[in-house]
Design a protein around this ligand. Structure first.
Ligand code: FDP
Length: 328
């Protein structure tokens, strides 16, 4: 018989060690409850007819899926029930969502079901979140925090029963769900330095639309690494954390149809790129945008701001950052 340390026990010790309150535990309990419910709806989605489109279009002009709405409703319910959240920013809501504006302590930035092209096939998607704390010493200075001000970030890869959490200055940790539906076995993740298993992960069908310097970097470097791409940030990044290498979603600047260019990048800064960058940093890696700027340093101006993303092993990210920072 192998008995494991539970996530709750791990976090209780963590809070005690750093002399922190248990408020964060209450918030994490809410996020875990939400993730378990989303996972349940996702697993049974094909049978229940929940994997299609809802008929609505979101603020980004994308067709909303039924599962997006289900996941949003579930997450807001548990965040509200926690009593610990001031405001939330979600991919599924144009406006900042007020939750407990008087007594809330945390800001939560989340995408409850990321990786929509996988949904119809019940293949892996992600529930990504970042957490920042209210300014308890003075007047609150706003909801749009740069990644470096997050206190934690994490992702559930649904429906795989895995959960990864990065804690400020305390590492990136992975947990697995057990037969009693508890997340257990805290395992510290350090991106491996051994280059043998490193992977490059990007949408290769976009490669001719990238900036020339990015295309050249890819040509020079791709023969050295395996290529993997599932099309779901959490799932692709999950592999990357274990194997090393680099995940990229570069800016699209050379599309034959200029209307399809995305010079700002595709991924959302606050609840995708910064979440991943934070986990990366706590695992010994790094993440930059199209100018080679550290993702965690970018001060968002808009809750749904987009960015290009290059995230993974420090050596590779530093290498491409030099190319990106150098004007053509
Ligand atoms: P999706 O649009 O399918 O929801 O944030 C969006 C995201 O998925 C990421 O999860 C994923 O890494 C990326 O976009 C996939 O984009 P492409 O389909 O353009 O490769």
């Amino acid at each position: 018989m192998r008995l494991e340390q539970t996530f709750t026990n791990f976090l209780l010790h963590h809070q005690e060690k750093y002399r922190r309150t248990y408020n964060f535990l209450i918030l994490m309990d809410a996020l875990i409850s939400a993730a378990k419910h989303i996972e349940h709806y996702y697993l049974t989605g094909a049978l229940k007819g929940n994997l299609g489109f809802s008929g609505d279009v979101n603020i980004h002009g994308e067709d909303v899926m039924q599962m997006d709405q289900i996941a949003q409703e579930i997450t807001i319910h548990y965040l509200r029930a926690s009593g610990r959240v001031i405001h939330a920013i979600s991919e599924e809501s144009d406006e900042i969502v007020p939750i407990n504006t008087e007594d809330g302590r945390y800001f939560v930035y989340f995408d409850p079901l990321d990786g929509s092209s996988n949904v119809q096939h019940t293949l892996p998607v992600g529930f990504l979140f970042g957490i920042a704390k209210r300014n308890l010493e003075g007047i609150e200075d706003g909801h749009l925090r740069a990644g470096k001000e997050y206190m934690a970030s994490g992702m559930f890869v649904i429906p795989t029963g895995t959960f990864t959490l990065a804690l400020k200055d305390a590492g990136t940790w992975r947990f697995h769900i057990d037969e009693t539906m508890e997340f257990v076995r805290p395992t510290r993740i350090i991106i491996p330095e051994n280059t043998e298993e490193w992977e490059l992960s990007f949408n290769s069908s976009n490669r001719l639309t990238f900036a020339e310097k990015v295309q050249n970097w890819i040509k020079q470097n791709e023969p050295n690494y395996a290529f993997r791409y599932l099309g779901s940030l959490a799932a692709d990044f999950h592999r990357l954390l274990s194997n090393g290498g680099m995940f990229m979603y570069p800016a699209i600047v050379n599309h034959p149809d200029p209307k399809k260019n995305r010079p700002q990048g595709k991924l959302r800064l606050m609840y995708e790129a910064a979440v991943v960058a934070y986990m990366c940093q706590e695992a010994g890696g790094s993440a930059v945008d199209e100018t080679g700027t550290q993702i965690l340093e970018i001060q968002p101006k808009d809750p749904h701001q987009r960015t290009a993303l290059y995230a993974g092993s420090k050596q590779l990210v530093d290498d491409i950052a030099k190319v990106l920072a150098h004007s053509q």
